[in-house]
Design a protein around this ligand. Structure first.
Ligand code: BEZ
Ligand code: FE
Length: 293
């Protein structure tokens, strides 16, 4: 293979994968090269632009560690994460839709009983959340596990505000199980809109392309129950100014709910607040997994 030119380079690279025994890997690499080369031809990529892209990806790598995943942020802000989520999570129309996972989930969050306060010292207006988990045929789903995680009133997740390498005090995140009727309820804090981390190369890309870094207020949920597909989703707060410009393209109309504001007074668990407090009522519908469908 010699004297490769701009017309023959694409086929030459594709043919170089001929001995790849993993058929899926060969398909992915072949298509990746086809699209990359088509992109470079279409925009007539200059050498300076190619080098700028290499420097950008190098910075994305350098800022990434076990607490900061800039590659996921890049995928999220380019819509790739939501595309992959959407094309892998088609469900019957009555099932709750999935959305992006995001980088702030933690394994091993504390387990709470229904009714307990998961905020664990995180700051924000008191908020009571309740709902029911059902299957696609309307059956209640008892003992389903719910993982919940959210930011505080300043827009930070606990993992963003912890200093040092000490043990993480899980704040505004927890695990709980539905009761025999599929119901769950817990206390937390009001979810607020927040900007994704934008002090790195992804933030500069957003600024350079005239985009803001904000996500509308939301609560993250992951639901797991035997016999059902795992559901990774959010519930978004109705009225948020960023619902139509989520920086990671994750909003679905079916996932928007009203957080009801209550004047200072007695909350559902008998606590008396001298500040406004909120309630959210949201039900989830799980898709049966293929094994039992
Ligand atoms: C989140 O909602 O936690 C999130 C999702 C994508 C990028 C950054 C944060
Ligand atoms: Fe989030």
């Amino acid at each position: 293979m010699r004297n490769i030119n701009e017309d023959t380079i694409t086929l030459a690279v594709i043919e170089s994968f001929a001995k790849c025994e993993d058929a899926r890997l060969r398909t992915i690499m072949t298509n990746l090269v086809q699209h990359l080369h088509a992109f470079a031809r279409e925009v007539k990529l200059t050498e300076a632009e190619w080098f700028k892209a290499i420097s950008f990806l190098t910075e994305v790598g350098h800022i990434t560690d076990d607490k900061r995943q800039e590659f996921i942020l890049l995928s999220d802000t380019l819509g790739l994460s939501m595309l992959v989520t959407a094309q892998n999570n088609s469900k019957p129309a009555n099932c709750t839709e999935a959305t992006v996972f995001g980088p702030f989930f933690l394994e091993g969050a504390p387990v709470y009983r229904n009714g307990e306060d998961i905020s664990n010292g995180a700051h924000g207006a008191p908020c009571y959340v309740k709902g029911q988990v059902r299957g696609a045929d309307g059956e209640v789903v008892p003992n389903a596990w719910l993982d919940v995680w959210q930011s505080d009133e300043d827009g930070f997740y606990d993992v963003q505000t912890h200093s040092g390498d000490g043990p993480t005090e899980h704040r505004a995140r927890g695990r709980l199980q539905t009761d025999a009727e599929g119901n769950f309820h817990f206390r937390s804090i009001l979810a607020e809109a927040y900007p994704i981390p934008h002090d790195g190369p992804v933030g500069r890309m957003l600024a350079a392309t005239g985009r803001h870094p904000w996500r509308p207020a939301h609560l993250h949920f992951m639901l797991q129950a035997p016999g059902y597909e795992t559901l990774i989703t959010h519930v978004f707060r109705n009225g948020d100014q960023y619902l139509d410009s989520d920086v990671v393209f994750g909003v679905r109309s079916s996932l928007i709910a009203d957080w009801i504001r209550h004047e200072p007074g007695i909350a559902p668990d008998g606590k008396v607040f001298d500040v406004p407090w909120y309630t959210l009522d949201y039900d989830f519908v799980l898709n049966p997994s293929e094994a039992i469908a």
